[in-house]
Every structure is written in C-alpha cells, then in structure tokens.
Design a protein around this ligand. Structure first.
Ligand SMILES: NC(=O)c1ccc[n+]([C@@H]2O[C@H](COP(=O)([O-])OP(=O)(O)OC[C@H]3O[C@@H](n4cnc5c(N)ncnc54)[C@H](OP(=O)(O)O)[C@@H]3O)[C@@H](O)[C@H]2O)c1
Length: 174
C-alpha cells in the first residue's frame, strides 16, 4: 500500500491558475489509457483525499455529478455540499488521522492525494507520502496554486511522454 500524489502541472510548478482555472490543462492532449496514464493509476486506488478548492472545482466541473467510486475524504473547515450518492467524508485537522481512516477503507489498495499542493505537503510533513506523479503540460502560468510547496528530496523512478505531457514518477527520499 502506497500513498501517491498524482497531478498535472505547468512547467513552472502550478496546478491551477490563481482563480482556479484548469483551462490551460484541459485543452492539451493526453491518452488516459496511455503510458503512466490516469486509467491504470486509478484502478489501484482504494481511497482519495482532496482539499476544499479541488473539491469545489470537481463539483463545478462535474455539474453536481460525482465520478469517483472510491471513498473520498474532503479536507475543509466549511460545511460543503455532497452530491447524492457520493461517498464523501468531510474531515479537518491532522492528516495522520485521515490517512489511518483511508488506509482502513482502502483494504490494501493505494491512496491518492488529489491535491492541492499544500495538502500533499501536509502528508509529506507527516511522513505519509510515498510517491509523486506529475504530468507536466507544455505551458507556464507565472502564478497560481503551487505543485508542492515544500523542500523535499525525490528520486526519479520513471519518465515517459504521453501526448503533450512529460510524465515523471518520483519516490520521496526519507
Ligand atoms: N492540475 C491538476 O491536475 C490539479 C489537481 C488537483 C487540484 N487542482 C487544482 O488546484 C487548485 C488547488 O487549490 P488549493 O491550492 O487551494 O488547494 P486545495 O487543497 O484544493 O484547497 C485548500 C483548502 O483545503 C482546506 N484544507 C486543506 N488542508 C486542510 C486541513 N488539514 N484541515 C481542514 N481544511 C483543510 C482549506 O479550505 P477551507 O479552510 O476553506 O475549508 C484550504 O484552504 C484547485 O483549483 C484545484 O482544482 C489541479
């Protein structure tokens, strides 16, 4: 069982614009069934966690529908809506407690920290982040939501091109 932070990023290390747009990303070509693609990745995932901004983006993008079958923890201090039928668990505070709950729910499968970067950093701070997968889009944004605002050593273990994206998979060096 491993905990992954899997995300797309601009070349200059932002995962969204300052106003939380992903238009720069969604216009690029990627094969979800291709190398280091989303499909094979998500099949091994037993539980997800995301921050409030990411969750709100998903709700806006999916227009109220919910695309994930796995239990999903949403980190927030607010009372956010949950779509009908979605297995969404609102949580706050120390990510170690959340990680323990996710591990139990995932039943041996891997965990996915969807984002944002600060939340991935909280898992890294707690020694609970194992891998970082980044699909780099051929774009710079200049400003926005940071990829992973921490000082960490990583080991590159895999690299591949998928469509427009340069995909890297890294292990955290402890
Ligand atoms: N490029 C990609 O593939 C990709 C992937 C993921 C996300 N994104 C985008 O990147 C942006 C990320 O936004 P973001 O940087 O603001 O990060 P975020 O993690 O999505 O949201 C941050 C918010 O989550 C809540 N939060 C985080 N940790 C918490 C904790 N321990 N306890 C309680 N609440 C906690 C807080 O919200 P409150 O206090 O307000 O509740 C905090 O302001 C979004 O626009 C998202 O759509 C892009």
């Amino acid at each position: 069982m491993a905990t992954h932070y899997f995300t797309a990023s601009s070349l200059d290390g932002f995962i969204a614009t300052p106003d939380h747009s992903l238009d720069w990303l969604l216009t690029k070509n990627v094969d979800p069934d291709g190398p280091m693609g989303y499909q094979a990745f998500v099949e091994n995932i037993g539980a997800l966690v995301m921050g409030a901004s990411t969750y709100e983006w998903v709700l806006r993008h999916e227009q109220g529908a919910w695309g994930y079958t796995q239990p999903t923890w949403v980190m927030t201090h607010r009372d956010l809506p949950v779509p009908d039928g979605a297995d969404v668990r609102i949580a706050q505070g120390d990510v170690r407690a959340v990680h323990a709950e996710m591990t139990a729910a995932a039943d041996g499968a891997d965990l996915w920290v969807v984002g944002g970067g600060e939340l991935a950093g909280q898992f890294a701070d707690a020694g609970l982040l194992d891998e970082v997968w980044v699909q780099y889009a051929p774009v710079t944004l200049g400003d926005g939501a940071p990829l992973l605002p921490r000082s960490l050593d990583l080991e590159l273990v895999d690299v591949v091109r998928n469509g427009d994206f340069l995909c890297g998979r890294y292990l955290l060096v402890r």
